[in-house]
Structure formats: structure tokens, C-alpha cells
Design a protein around this ligand. Structure first.
Ligand SMILES: Nc1nc2c(ncn2[C@@H]2O[C@H](COP(=O)(O)OP(=O)(O)OP(=O)(O)O)[C@@H](O)[C@H]2O)c(=O)[nH]1
Ligand SMILES: [Mg+2]
Length: 456
């Protein structure tokens, strides 16, 4: 590593959550982590990688604050790449905060959110993709979101992007080499070979770009607007699935005026269910706004759950057409109030996307959840093992790279000089560098790290 101490000062933070707990971990990182930490510890020295039982002392008042275990991670073999001291003290709110104050009093600055990870990134311990994934692992709320972040943290996505980048750098250096030598001195790369190489890179980038919808869903959950006519039973269904009285239910049409979003976990999948205002033509201003909101939620939805009263299906086709005019994602049609049917019906039999349920009597809700899960998995390849991108920032950079490569192909086809072709390829490389962090602007970095919690 070139320079492990790009940051001059030493920082500290409580790395464990605030609140009651057996143990709290206070972290110190920086050039002076060891000497400054020793000022508040009873021991005279700490050996790298060995946990040492000691006491935390306020040397001014000569009082013992707590018994603790201190561990020294010697640079560069630490999370940040700098010297790190971790003090494991008793948990709770008072003790860790007293220790933090002591550390501050001996000249250690309190860390900004994400500063440990930012130092790890600047010191080359992680690239930007991995650093972002640290935040995603911490914030993950389902097994799927945890898995995608963990894969990125392990470097699987960085490897893929670096492979594409290396190929582009190779093409660009061949082109530049050809500029320096005449055709007699070297064999130039034939135009069709060059085209083929660039097209292969575009293909790999397109696959990555397409993985965004599945990556986003793995990270954030499947957004499922529950829509349908007033009184169809949308709020009843939300409550039945959540097993709580979240939304108000009544037989007055137009009960739900605003959308209610609730997160619901099902077999490792995260469903974000949104109860919406019933769709109908209305004069009432408040209800109108509610319906406009419903339409915009339909546009954002990953799967639409259309609820229809099975005893009043006259307008079902119209409802489906209305939804289709807003989105082309799958529509699951739940025919509700099956308990009101006098006779058995095979109405939902021949259409896989139709299902007969009763929200009020909790009938066939498992069947509905299974259908939702299968549709999500098939449409968004949620369970597939391949690595996926999950941040809009990554998708935009990949698309910029694809645009630049398309420009380079145009330049080749117009028989333009190698300089122009190489310029476009270099632009594509720069876009990819933005993802992994080599050329990312300070603003973007500030934005990424400010979303982290303090102590990470
Ligand atoms: N019999 C029967 N009644 C149901 C069922 N599900 C809901 N209901 C009744 O239908 C009425 C309307 O239910 P809600 O859940 O408020 O309907 P909604 O679609 O949210 O209606 P809005 O918010 O007005 O758009 C209530 O009286 C519910 O008790 C069902 O499965 N069977
Ligand atoms: Mg409702």
C-alpha cells in the first residue's frame, strides 16, 4: 500500500448500536490510534492481534471507568488499513459514551458517518462498490438483500466490471499502438475483429444493466400495489396478510384515501405491499388526489395485485385495460369474497394469474402468496445466482459506457482515425471507473458515505 495515512487525524466512534446490550465496541482508527488509546487504558502496551483484558481509566481523576478487552489491529492489517484499536466495554448507554468522551479528551476526533469505511476505501482496502455494499449489508432487511450485498462485498461485481474494463483498455492500447507505428511495422487489427471485440463488451454491459431490476428488487423488495374498485377488499387483504388491523376497513366505498405501504417478509422475499385508494370516477377532490396517487404507484409497481369482488366482475376487463395503459408488469387478479359465492366456480381455473380468495375469511391467502413469490422470481430472476447491480448510480454509469462504445462502433464504421475510436473507448473505461471509485467525484463520495451510520 502506497500511503496508509492519507488522513492525518485519528477518529473514534461507538461501533455497536445505541441501547441496552451486553457489550459495546468502541473503535479508534488512525496514525496515533495506539498511543492515544493507551492514554486511557491501564495496560502499558498492546500486542497486535491479541485481545488484552484491561481497565479503562480516567487518569485525571484516577478513577476506573470500566473493565474492558482491547484489541490492536496493526496497519495495514485492519478494516481501514490504518492502526485500529477496538475497545469492548460493557454495553448500555452510559459506559460507552464515557469512554468515547475520554478518547475525545486525549485528542481523538469523533468520526463522521461512514468515515471508517471511507478510510478503508481511500486506503485501497475496498473499492467503492464494496464500500457501498458494506452499507447495504448493514441495512439489509431480507435474506435476498443481504445475499446480493454480500456478493458485492466479496468483490464478485468488481471482478466482472474489471474484466470488461481490462478488455477495453487492451483494445484502446492496440489502437494507440497502431497510431505510433506504420502498417509495415505492425499488423493492424482488422475492422471486423475490432467491431466484434467492442460488441462483446457491449453485450456483457447490457447483461449487467438488465440485472438492475432484479438487483433493485433483491435490495429493496418487490413493490406490490394492491389496486381495485372501492369496496373490493384491498384494505381487508392488506390487514389479513399482515395479521393486524393496519388499514381501516368499512363497507363505505372510498374508505382508503391515501396509500399505505407495509413491508412483509415471505420465505426470504421482501414484499412491499401498498394499499391504495379504490379506482373509480369521482367528484370529491380528496378522493381524486388519492386516485392520482394510485396511478403513479401502479407505474412504479413491480407486480400489480388487482382485487375484484367476485360477485361483481362486470368491469374487470376495463380495470385490467386501465392498468395496462399505465404499466406492463405482471398483473395478478385476486377474485375476492369467495365466501359469497353460492356455488363452486372454476372462474380462476384456466388462468394462472387469477386466484380465488377471501380476505375477510382468510381463505387461499397462502395460494396468493405463493403466486406472488413465483411471479416475482420468474419475472425478476430473484433467486438466480448471478451477480446483479442494485444502485441507480451503477446502472447509469453502465449505460454511459454502452453509449460510448456505440459511438466507437460508429467511428469505426465511418472509417474515422484510431484516435477517435480510442477516445470513445476511453470514455467507456472512465464510466466504469466511476462505479468502482477510481474517478468518482467527491460529491458522489460524500453522498454515498453520508448515508452510513456512525461507527462504520
Ligand atoms: N364477505 C366478504 N366481505 C369482504 C371480504 N373482504 C372484504 N370484505 C368486506 O368488503 C368491505 C370493503 O372492504 P375494504 O377492505 O374496506 O375494501 P377496500 O377495497 O379497501 O375499499 P376502499 O378503501 O373503499 O377502496 C368491508 O365491509 C369488508 O368487510 C371477503 O372476503 N368476504
Ligand atoms: Mg381500503
Amino acid at each position: 500500500m502506497k500511503n496508509r495515512y492519507l488522513f492525518d487525524d485519528t477518529i473514534c466512534a461507538i461501533a455497536t448500536p445505541v441501547g441496552l446490550g451486553g457489550i459495546a465496541v468502541i473503535r479508534v482508527s488512525g496514525k496515533k490510534a495506539l498511543i492515544l488509546s493507551l492514554k486511557i487504558l491501564e495496560v502499558k502496551n498492546l500486542n497486535p492481534r491479541i485481545s488484552t483484558f484491561t481497565h479503562v481509566l480516567d487518569k485525571n481523576t484516577k478513577s476506573v471507568i470500566d473493565s474492558a478487552v482491547a484489541t490492536y489491529f496493526e496497519s495495514p492489517h485492519s478494516y481501514t488499513g490504518e492502526d485500529i484499536i477496538e475497545i469492548s466495554s460493557h454495553g448500555g448507554i452510559t459506559t460507552p459514551n464515557r469512554i468515547l468522551k475520554l478518547l475525545h479528551s486525549v485528542g481523538i476526533r469523533l468520526a463522521e458517518p461512514g468515515e471508517f469505511t471511507r478510510r478503508a476505501f481511500v486506503n485501497g482496502k475496498l473499492d467503492l462498490l464494496q464500500a457501498e455494499a458494506v452499507g447495504d449489508v448493514i441495512n439489509s432487511v431480507s435474506e435476498n438483500s443481504q445475499k446480493i450485498a454480500e456478493d458485492i462485498l466479496e468483490g464478485k461485481l468488481s471482478k466482472l466490471i474489471n474484466e470488461i474494463k481490462d478488455k477495453l483498455v487492451e483494445i484502446s492500447s492496440i489502437l494507440e499502438l497502431e497510431l505510433d507505428f506504420s502498417e509495415e511495422e505492425i499488423n493492424p487489427l482488422p475492422k471486423n475483429k475490432l467491431n466484434e471485440k467492442i460488441k462483446n463488451s457491449i453485450k456483457s454491459l447490457k447483461t449487467l444493466s438488465k440485472s438492475y431490476s432484479s438487483g433493485k428488487i433483491k435490495r429493496e423488495g418487490v413493490l406490490i400495489p394492491i389496486v381495485g374498485k372501492p369496496n373490493a377488499g384491498k384494505s381487508s387483504l392488506l390487514n389479513a396478510l399482515l395479521k393486524e388491523n393496519r388499514a381501516i376497513i368499512s363497507n363505505t366505498p372510498g374508505t382508503t384515501r391515501d396509500s399505505i405501504e407495509e413491508v412483509f417478509k415471505h420465505h426470504g422475499n421482501l414484499f412491499r405491499l401498498v394499499d391504495t385508494a379504490g379506482l373509480r370516477s369521482v367528484e370529491n377532490e380528496v378522493e381524486k388526489i388519492g386516485i392520482e396517487r394510485t396511478n403513479s404507484i401502479i407505474e412504479k409497481g413491480d407486480i400489480i395485485l388487482l382485487i375484484s369482488d367476485v360477485t361483481q366482475l362486470d368491469s374487470l376487463e376495463n380495470e385490467i385495460n386501465n392498468i395496462r395503459s399505465l404499466t406492463d408488469v405482471p398483473i395478478i387478479i385476486a377474485l375476492n369474497k369467495s365466501d359469497l359465492l353460492k356455488r363452486k366456480t372454476d372462474i380462476a381455473k384456466n388462468d394462472r394469474m387469477k386466484i380465488l380468495i377471501s380476505a375477510k375469511h382468510e381463505q387461499n391467502l397462502d395460494g396468493l402468496l405463493k403466486l406472488l413469490a413465483e411471479t416475482a422470481e420468474e419475472t425478476y430472476k430473484i433467486t438466480s445466482e448471478s451477480v446483479a447491480i442494485c444502485h441507480l448510480r451503477h446502472k447509469q454509469a453502465i449505460e454511459n459506457a454502452i453509449d460510448s462504445l456505440n459511438n466507437s462502433i460508429n467511428a469505426i464504421n465511418k472509417n474515422m482515425s484510431n484516435e477517435f475510436i480510442a477516445f470513445d473507448i476511453q470514455n467507456a473505461v472512465t464510466s466504469l471507473n466511476d462505479i468502482t471509485g477510481q474517478t468518482t467525484s467527491q460529491d458522489v463520495l460524500n453522498n454515498i458515505f453520508s448515508n452510513f451510520c456512525i461507527g462504520k
